[in-house]
Write a protein that binds this ligand. Structure first.
Ligand SMILES: Cc1cc2nc3c(=O)[nH]c(=O)nc-3n(C[C@H](O)[C@H](O)[C@H](O)COP(=O)(O)OP(=O)(O)OC[C@H]3O[C@@H](n4cnc5c(N)ncnc54)[C@H](O)[C@@H]3O)c2cc1C
Length: 245
């Protein structure tokens, strides 16, 4: 979008993309919400209308090009927009929750990536119990995708059902209603203190009741009632609690 707006304002713009296609995280949006041909056509049109030069397969940083290289090539300004591709790991009381490497524990974003690349069979989760952790729209994209892949899906989140409260679930109402209509069960106000496995495979999560998500200053600072524990069992655990750089 930055390239498009600059171009429309008279700048000559080159866009460097490390991959082989444009779209970034938009490609993770499930196709029932954003069909791939619509995304591709929109991007193609933006590039064409704005006369943007696109260079694929060019990585900035790491062992690739540097900003100094670009300056030497005559570019006068650089806008870095490399996104937030890294899934956020599960934490409890600011500590990483162990055993996220068990078989069956997957980051939801990686599932969406695999689906986008056509790497998963259409009935991947047939006959499987899938637990999704997260209460945002991306968690619902993951849960609804898992459901469409045949899974028996439940979603657990820290937030409460009351969207009007400070601790209310962040996902849009249409996602919550749509997911529920598709058969996804939602467990509100629960954190994940422990991932429990058996023979190297995911078995269940230990979920104390979350009594508050944000503190008085509005900071993310969840509190729990550790005497009120729920265990959620499953075959697959999909962690979808945010993305970072
Ligand atoms: C599942 C999901 C659903 C979403 N649904 C919506 C929605 O409904 N509506 C909405 O508005 N937003 C949605 N979003 C958010 C939206 O996708 C992002 O806000 C948007 O894609 C961010 O754009 P960006 O260009 O900043 O970063 P990205 O989309 O992450 O793009 C970054 C690009 O930079 C490239 N890159 C990274 N590192 C380098 C490097 N070193 N050198 C060269 N290239 C590099 C990447 O390959 C990528 O193409 C969703 C996100 C996800 C994950």
């Amino acid at each position: 979008m930055c390239a498009y707006m600059l171009s429309k304002n008279g700048y000559r713009v080159s866009l460097f993309e490390k991959g082989s296609e444009l779209g970034g995280a938009l490609r993770y949006i499930p196709k029932y919400r954003l069909p791939k041909n619509m995304l591709d056509t929109t991007l193609d049109n933006l590039i064409r209308i704005a006369h943007i030069e696109v260079k694929f397969g060019v990585e900035m940083g790491n062992d690739g090009k540097t900003i100094a290289d670009l300056k030497n090539e005559g570019y006068e300004a650089v806008f870095v927009a490399t996104g937030t591709p890294a899934p956020r790991p599960l934490t409890f009381d600011r500590e990483l929750v162990a055993k996220a490497d068990l078989e069956g524990v997957i980051f939801g974003l990686n599932l969406l990536d695999d689906v986008d690349r056509g790497k998963v069979p259409p009935q991947l989760f047939q006959g499987k119990r899938v637990v999704v952790v997260g209460g945002g729209n991306v968690a619902f994209d993951v849960a609804r995708t898992a459901r469409r892949l045949g899974g028996d899906v439940s979603l657990v989140c820290l937030e409460s059902e009351d969207k009007s409260s400070k601790d209310g679930i962040p996902a849009d109402v249409e996602e919550i209603e749509g997911g529920t209509e598709e058969g996804i069960r939602i467990t509100y106000s629960r954190g994940v203190e422990e991932i429990i496995g058996e023979n190297g495979k995911f078995k269940k999560i230990k979920c104390p009741r979350c009594t508050s998500v944000f503190d008085e200053e509005g900071r993310f600072n969840p509190e729990f009632d550790r005497s009120d524990i729920l265990y959620l069992e499953g075959d697959v655990l999909l962690i979808t609690i945010g993305q970072g750089p």
